[in-house]
Design a protein around this ligand. Structure first.
Ligand code: ZOZ
Ligand code: NAD
Length: 705
């Protein structure tokens, strides 16, 4: 296979162009290509310097992550070999950055003798998001170039910085106007360095920036405690700090060896396997059967949101945040005013936290136009309905939309449980109807379940997927079923949590187990946040059709009757002090729980943390297996994405289906079977789970069957 690298000459400068689409990842063949080009150029007396640049959209996305699992990443020349060749080259090497320079791509640039970039280029070390540390010298060279604290910020957050910021910090030496200018400037700097009196300066020797941290070593512990909440449960952020600290206490060579050891340890950890799975799962979710590059899409330039309540306000903000003008409409002026007030309050709070300037907030607000003139929806390319969860009301609204909207407008519903096909059927264009199930708060939560109706056209589906990305969301396509994928899996989870407290646990014990597992909060704290009244309304809609033997715990109904709606009333499963979101156990709830057990003639017992974990998590996996088998989602990893972005399932566990694979489906099946014998029969293992367990297979294998 030809190596995906081009080599050209501009006078005495050898220009090495990475040409490995789509992201110029440093696969073995790209590494060989660069290494051969450099070696040849080093031997060529007519070449005095090099420029390394990338073709296509970007410089490079870093090491080829797929090679991590095959061992090819360790084959010669490794990225470290290449980087060492560059840094030790007697002929200067200049790196020309555009688009994106991440991970190993950024690390390679750090070893060059100068870096030039186009403004807006995103440069960074996102390895931490894959559960690893930068493994090709990034933790040793970045602090030497920009200082220890800025390097810690960049490496531990994994967030790329713009070329402008990198220029300010000294990572980038110069900015170029465009790609022609980039090459011109890079070649001229390479030439200048080659005729200078000094040999090229090596980043490894630039120790000046380390002094500050060497004089104040406690800054590392301060940094550890600063991130302890945000990075709870994750190993890689702390491993990154250890490596940067090593840069200040060890020689460069020893620091590099330390980084290598930590990199290899992290790479083989379950956390990194899980986080790498999450990375690829997110990209797989964009591949939807029936859609391809040839599927045409429409441009969304104007949007409309119907209903300015909890969800409508958040969805309208999503459009404004993405720069898309949006009208919002309501049934009456009072509701519209209330909704707009909520939106203004939201932006004001972001401004007060310093996350947005007042001007930015004003500019976004200016994109949201409230109106009571329903007819104005006729100009919208997409309409998202977010009115009450009532089928008759939704049918009425879609009938009106059908009469008013442009022929190619997308008609979307934000319903959380109603049948999208029934809604689509009232229109004369069911192919234009789709579900867009946002999660609350819609301007914050990243998941959108995109519900594909029986007649939804590929164009509408593709446009909606693109739109979700434009809005900064992660869209996952799901089929029509009661409550779709996320909430359908949530029900057995919260149901079991409540049975557990009838049997002997208390909300704080259950919540602690789930929190320690890595969720941002447990099921009871979540229920207080979402609103016990909201859950009650859902049950009114769902439960009448549920067979008697499939009962649910009624403790939540009692709380509802007591007016304990959760955080909004400062009383729910817990008490909350004015202005605080910290849950505090309440003896009144303890009494209610114990009384309920007595009424149900249940002898309360000690319940282990292990049982709590399995009783909550395995049933949701089991429901996931049913969803998979019914074809509601295309692959198990889609359900992982749903849970990572919808409910904060710990990313370092990869999502529920990946987690099930890692603990073993046979084990999950046997435990479920045990639950089923002792408890309710709706805990019966799903047929797919049973089959895979018997065949000793995983959900991942089922995906590729
Ligand atoms: O793709 C986005 C991105 O963020 N990529 C990952 C960036 C990253 O995390 N880089 C760090 C890699 S780890 C590393 O570099 C290790 C290291 O320090 C040293 C290792 C030493 C090894 C020694 C071993 C002994 C990006 C922002 C770049 C572009 O986003 P887009 O939305 O435009 O495009 P995507 O994400 O849809 O990507 C297009 C296709 O490319 C695949 N891909 C992306 N980055 C890759 C990669 N494949 C392999 N390796 C990468 N680094 C991506 O999966 C997608 O593929 P398809 O098949 O879904 O199209
Ligand atoms: P909400 O009660 O907060 O808001 C609904 C709004 O729709 C109200 O302001 C109401 O005045 C308005 N409305 C009613 N009839 C209207 C009409 N004819 N024209 C225009 N506006 C009208 O409800 P919500 O929580 O925002 O839920 C809206 C939809 O989103 C529902 O379908 C719900 O199932 C779904 N959903 C809710 C959540 C959640 O957590 N709240 C999450 C996902 C999806």
């Amino acid at each position: 296979m030809p190596h995906p690298v081009r080599f050209d000459r501009i006078e005495a400068v050898g220009v090495i162009t990475l040409d490995n689409p789509p992201v110029n990842a440093f696969s073995l063949s790209q590494r060989i290509g660069v290494s051969e080009a450099l070696t040849a150029g080093l031997q060529d007396p007519d070449i005095q310097a090099f420029v390394i640049c990338g073709s296509g959209r970007m410089f490079s996305a870093g090491a080829d992550i797929r090679e991590f699992d095959t061992g090819v990443a360790g084959e010669s020349p490794t990225l470290m070999d290449l980087i060492s060749l560059i840094e030790n080259s007697p002929k200067p090497v200049v790196c020309a950055l555009h688009g994106t320079a991440l991970g190993g791509g950024c690390e390679l640039s750090l070893a060059c003798h100068s870096r030039i970039a186009i403004p807006g280029t995103r440069i960074g070390l996102p390895e931490v998001t894959l559960g690893i540390v930068p493994g090709a010298g990034g933790t040793q060279r970045l602090p030497r170039l920009i200082g220890v604290l800025p390097a810690l910020d960049a490496i531990v957050s994994g967030k790329p910085m713009t070329a402008e910021k990198a220029h300010e910090l000294g990572l980038v030496d110069g900015l170029a106007d465009d790609s022609d200018d980039l090459l011109k400037i890079s070649v001229s700097i390479a030439h200048r360095l080659s005729i200078g009196p000094e040999p090229p300066k090596k980043t490894r020797d630039r120790d000046g920036h380390l002094l500050e941290a060497q004089n104040r070593p406690e800054l590392f512990d301060e940094f550890r405690s600063r991130i302890s909440r945000r990075a709870r449960g994750f190993e890689a952020p702390f491993a990154c700090i250890d490596c940067v600290e090593a840069a200040t206490t060890m020689s460069f060579e020893n620091g590099l060896a330390f980084e290598r050891e930590v990199f290899l340890r992290c790479r083989s950890s379950n956390q990194s396997l899980s986080q790498r799975h999450a990375f690829f799962a997110e990209r797989e979710a964009r591949k939807v059967s029936g859609l391809g590059p040839e599927t045409s899409q429409t441009d969304v330039r104007h949007a409309a949101v119907l209903g300015c309540g909890t969800m409508g306000t958040g969805i309208a903000m999503c459009f404004a945040n993405a720069g898309i003008p949006v009208i919002v409409t309501e049934s009456e002026q009072g509701m519209l005013d209330r909704g707009m007030k909520m939106i203004r309050k939201n932006y004001a709070s972001t401004v007060s936290k310093g996350r947005m300037t007042e001007e930015e907030a004003e500019a976004r607000l200016a994109l949201i136009e409230p109106t009571l003139e329903f007819e104005r929806v006729s100009a919208a390319d997409v309409v998202i309905e977010a009115v009450f969860e009532e089928m008759e009301l939704k049918k009425k609204i879609f009938t009106r939309l059908d009469g008013l909207c442009k022929a190619d407008a997308i008609l979307a519903t934000n319903t959380s449980s109603l049948d999208v096909n029934t809604i689509a059927a009232v229109t004369g264009r069911p192919e234009q109807v789709v579900g867009t199930h946002f999660f609350s708060p819609a301007n914050v939560m990243r998941l959108v379940e995109i519900v594909r109706g029986d007649h939804t056209s590929p164009e509408v589906l593709a446009t909606t997927l693109t739109l979700s990305k434009q809005l900064g969301k992660v869209g996952v396509v799901v089929g029509v079923c009661d409550s779709f994928a996320a909430n359908r899996m949530l029900y057995p989870y919260s149901r079991q949590a409540q049975f557990l407290i009838e049997e002997g646990a208390f909300p704080e014990q259950v919540d602690k187990v789930i929190y320690d597992f890595g969720f941002p909060m447990g099921p009871f704290a979540l229920s207080d946040l979402a609103g016990i009244d909201v859950g009650w309304r859902v049950r009114q809609h769902r439960e009448p059709s549920r067979p008697k033997h499939l009962r649910y715990s009624e403790i939540a109904d009692r709380l509802y009757e007591m007016g304990r709606y959760g955080q909004k009333t400062r009383k729910g499963w817990y008490n909350y002090e004015e202005g605080s979101r910290i849950p505090m156990p309440d003896p009144e709830v303890v009494d209610l729980v114990v009384r309920t057990s007595r009424e149900l003639k249940i002898d309360r017992r000690e319940i282990s943390d292990e049982e709590i974990l399995q009783r909550c998590i395995y049933p949701l996996i089991n429901e996931g297996a049913r969803i998979l088998e019914e074809g509601i989602v295309q692959r198990a990893s889609d359900l992982d994405i749903v849970w990572l972005y919808g409910f904060g399932f710990p990313r370092y566990r990869g999502g529920p289906m990946f987690y099930a694979d890692s603990v073993g489906l046979r084990h999950v099946y046997e435990v479920m079977q045990g639950f089923c014998e002792i408890h309710e029969d709706w805990l019966e293992p799903a047929p797919l789970l049973e089959r895979l367990a018997r065949e000793d297979k995983t959900f991942a294998e089922w995906d590729t069957e």
